[in-house]
Each structure stands twice: as structure tokens, then as C-alpha cells.
Design a protein around this ligand. Structure first.
Ligand SMILES: Nc1nc2c(ncn2[C@@H]2O[C@H](COP(=O)(O)OP(=O)(O)O)[C@@H](O)[C@H]2O)c(=O)[nH]1
Ligand SMILES: [Mg+2]
Length: 212
């Protein structure tokens, strides 16, 4: 029997706690506290330490799922939680002002971990905000020579979370055989956002995840 550890991260409200609950059969543990900062505008409570659940596979193998807090002020937990992890599932809320900047922020924050392991991205809340589209996100990743699987998902749907986990496991199996980067550049980068950036963030703060 093998055990694996997968980490979920992303900005507050992206659906990390929900995703871990979705595949938990009621066994998820979370450390929520009343949100007292900017997060309170988006939701009543926020994860302050971690989410945890265990997924039992038909093969007898087990996957331990850990969700990090989204707010940057809890980023000391990110290093703690990634220890021994086999990969990162990055959840990004498409309704935030600049989800592409959020992707860049988290890929950078988890750079060392991702280099050692692998990453897949799930874009959430696409039912509430259809742009940027998955193609827009893909194009931006390609511009940065990043070859990362990316999916539109709903964290509330178990099948969507299973799809992300399967994609991560596939990535791990093929990582050594895949070329490390693809030179697939695009010239288009203008994309619509569901929130007007001008009043959403102070200048220079667009990539910070502390505002939801
Ligand atoms: N409409 C919609 N709501 C979602 C989606 N994913 C998550 N949510 C909701 O977003 C809220 C915040 O999710 P939560 O798991 O607490 O986010 P976290 O801060 O990343 O842990 C919850 O009420 C979820 O039900 C989605 O794809 N669409
Ligand atoms: Mg949470």
C-alpha cells in the first residue's frame, strides 16, 4: 500500500476547503476562523491553519490531501504543509480581479516545491465569471513557456476534484519523459476580467492574494 500527499493552494475563496470536502466522504478536517480582515468581504470564515482529508483509492493506496490557508500572512504554513508532498493543485478563483496574476503569484510562491514535484491548475467560479477563458489562461502560460495542465472546474463537484488529482498523478508519471518547456509563444495577451482592476487593488498589489 502506498501513501501520497497532495497540497491544495490558491487565494482565499478559490474553493480549497470545498474541494477537499468534496472528495472526503464527510471526513475532512478544517481549521476555520471568523474572517476579520479583507477576506470578510468575500466570506464569513477563512482557513487559518489547514484543511485535511484522506482519499482511499480502490488499489488500497491512500492520498492525504492538505489545503493551505490562502492569505499571504499565513504563508509560513505553506512551507510546513508542502513537506513530503508529491505535487500541488493550484485553485484559482476566476472572479477575482486578476486571476492570471494570482496564478503567477502562487507559481512563484511554490516555485521550489513545484520544481521538485509537479503542479496542475483548476480555475474555479467559471460559472460566475467566464473570462479569462481557459484558452486565455493557457495562452498566458505558454507565453511564459510553462507547460501546466489547466482545467475549468467547480470545487463543489467531486468529479472535478478527482479529475485534478488524476491529472496530477499523470503528470508525476510522465514528468521525466516530458520536455521541460515548450516554446509555444503567442502574441495575444489582452483579456477581460469580471472585476474592474482599477478600483480593486492599489497600484502594484494586483498579484497579492490578501484582498479577498
Ligand atoms: N459558484 C461557485 N462557487 C464555488 C465554486 N468553488 C467554490 N465555491 C464556493 O466558494 C466559497 C468559498 O470556498 P472555500 O472552499 O471556503 O474557499 P477557500 O478559501 O479556498 O478554502 C464556498 O461557498 C464554495 O461553495 C465554484 O466553482 N463556483
Ligand atoms: Mg479554506
Amino acid at each position: 500500500m502506498k501513501t501520497y500527499k497532495i497540497i491544495f493552494s490558491g487565494p482565499p475563496g478559490a474553493g480549497k476547503s470545498t474541494a477537499i470536502k468534496s472528495v472526503s466522504n464527510g471526513n475532512a478536517v478544517t481549521t476555520e476562523a471568523i474572517a476579520t480582515d479583507e477576506t470578510a468581504e468575500r466570506k464569513k470564515s477563512t482557513t487559518v491553519a489547514m484543511d485535511y482529508s484522506i482519499l482511499q483509492l480502490g488499489s488500497g493506496d491512500r492520498i492525504h490531501l492538505y489545503g493551505t490557508p490562502g492569505q499571504e500572512r499565513f504563508s509560513f504554513m505553506w512551507d510546513v504543509l508542502t513537506k513530503g508532498g508529491m505535487g500541488l493543485i493550484l485553485l484559482i478563483d476566476n472572479k477575482r480581479p486578476d486571476p492570471m496574476a494570482d496564478i503567477e503569484f502562487f507559481l512563484d510562491a511554490f516555485k521550489d516545491f513545484i520544481e521538485k514535484t509537479t503542479v496542475v491548475i483548476g480555475i474555479t467560479r467559471v460559472d460566475l465569471c467566464a473570462t479569462p477563458t481557459i484558452q486565455d489562461h493557457q495562452r498566458r502560460l505558454n507565453e511564459k513557456n510553462l507547460n501546466i495542465p489547466i482545467f475549468a472546474i467547480d470545487s463543489r463537484a467531486e468529479k472535478d476534484i478527482v479529475k485534478l488529482i488524476e491529472a496530477l498523478l499523470r503528470q508525476l508519471h510522465t514528468k521525466k519523459r516530458r520536455p521541460s518547456s515548450e516554446n509555444n509563444r503567442s502574441t495575444t495577451s489582452a483579456t477581460a476580467s469580471c472585476v474592474a482592476l482599477s478600483h480593486a487593488y492599489p497600484q502594484g498589489e494586483a498579484s497579492r492574494p490578501t484582498h479577498s
